[in-house]
Design a protein around this ligand. Sequence first.
Ligand SMILES: Cc1cc2nc3c(=O)[nH]c(=O)nc-3n(C[C@H](O)[C@H](O)[C@H](O)COP(=O)(O)O)c2cc1C
Length: 201
Amino acid sequence: MNVAASMVRADAAALDLIFRQARSHKAWRDMPVPRVLLQQVVALAMAGPTATNSQPMRIVFVESQQGKERLRPALHAGNVAKMMSAPVTAIVAYDLDFHVHQARTFPHRDVASGYRADPAHAHDTALRNSTLQGAYLMLAARALGLDIGPMSGFHNDAVDAEFFAGTSLRSNFLCNLGYADHGDLLPRQPRLGFDEVCSWA
Ligand SMILES: Cc1cc2nc3c(=O)[nH]c(=O)nc-3n(C[C@H](O)[C@H](O)[C@H](O)COP(=O)(O)O)c2cc1C
């Protein structure tokens, strides 16, 4: 049997939607994003793999005008209008205490004590895996028909002080979500080629 022919794979339209035609957006149409859709996006994103099933990502969906005003001072000037005009801005964060859930999420082996004993390792794990989960979140959003606009042009300390003071949560990056104005984009910039980024060993 032809193994390749038996494999399930996404069709061309799905690949266009999630990768080939998808862009990072900066201008937004005045269309709300239903909370139930964001719940579906998160459910998909949470299915993605993380180290020891650690799932350190935490998200604040900033959708109110009041919430946007709390976020505004932390942003680099060039990102303020993009954030303020987006229907929702996700603060993609990570929980340094993610390991308190590991007895449930990785019950066959005690990994929590290792994270507790080595805070630097716990931090690296939280940052790395919340970044991965943030990527799953963006691709899940695209898969469910949303447009995205990720942003790291902001002061993490300021966001942490405003939203996460006194907690074990830290901001990673922001992601605007909604329905974009597709006309307001420069052409897509070139991607590096396979031989520039890959080697064989
Ligand atoms: C983690 C991350 C941070 C980014 N930060 C910003 C930002 O602060 N401001 C901005 O306008 N775009 C930002 N971008 C968007 C990138 O510039 C964009 O994804 C890249 O140029 C590719 O564009 P394309 O997806 O439209 O092809 C960011 C993207 C990522 C993934």
